[in-house]
Design a protein around this ligand. Sequence first.
Ligand code: ADP
Ligand code: MG
Length: 340
Amino acid sequence: MPKISILPEEIRGKIAAGEVVERPASVVKELVENSFDAQASYIRVVIKEGGLKEISVYDDGEGMDLEDLKLCYHHFATSKIKNLADVFKIVTYGFRGEALASIAQVSRMSIASRREGQDIAYQIEVEGGQELNIKPVNLKKGTVVVVRDLFFNLPARKAFLKSPKTETLKITEVVKGLSLSHPEIRFELKTQDEKEKILFSWEGGTLPRLLQKITGIDQKYFKEVRLENPPYIIDLILTDTSYTLPHTKYIWIFVNQRWIKDEKIVKILLTALKPFYGNLGFPAGVVFIKAPYHLIDVNVHPAKWEVRFRDEKALHQLLSSAVEKIFSEKKFFYRETFYD
Ligand code: ADP
Ligand code: MG
């Protein structure tokens, strides 16, 4: 008897799903990123019981046709890359065709969508990865994905989830962070439990105004600096040195508009800024790193929270030396017409 056996499809699917979908906030992140990729200008997220009971994400983007709907929840089903070379020039948020497949494995999901230019919208229902039915529905534009009973068939994972209150906070954090990468997109996040409650609502506008909305800090304190050293461009939009905070929770890092968590970059930045902000104070704001697509690898983390830089040292050096130079010359400025 050999000791090795190939795991059955059902178990494989659930193991893969567990990597991408850690909690309700991961579902929200993947669905909103799909809406970004669909060129949405409006995204509405509605949750029930912290997303444990239900998450729905509506967008007014390009939508899917009937054939797309039948394919979209399968593993490796994607419209975003066609070959291996494409993996090294990814301009979309998604690329693996794994999010909807993972979510479908561990929930009861329905997707309604209308492809631009088509007369009919369709809705597909999938439970634990199995298609239940597909039918025409009423939907003027875009896509709405509804995810119910997350982890209903994965009780071990469900047991690790926190209270609806904590999950709601996580989701709010994720939606706000994602909105910072696209201040031009209208966003709405609400809970629909006994009462409906709006958690975040953004009508679209400039980045400093959005930062004001999210942090509560007046937009006049946010200043912009551009650090340039080809092939990298780094834009810092931070509170000026007269406005410091006792914590670092209002610092967001983006690489080519993808929100990432990179402790190293935060540390280098804060160390370089220390002489200007003082030992106990930190700025609030965002760091936008632009790098040529072939110099970064986004295929390193299942939830895509990390990217790898081909020349990490050069980037880190630019960050610390340029910050020091610009701040000692007080060259940062305020742009009234930011991104307008
Ligand atoms: P990926 O984003 O990596 O391609 P997903 O599983 O997230 O994989 O989605 C699979 C495919 O379904 C996408 O490539 C896209 O073509 C389609 N899709 C998913 N969500 C939407 C949406 N909100 N609007 C339009 N198309 C979508
Ligand atoms: Mg995706």
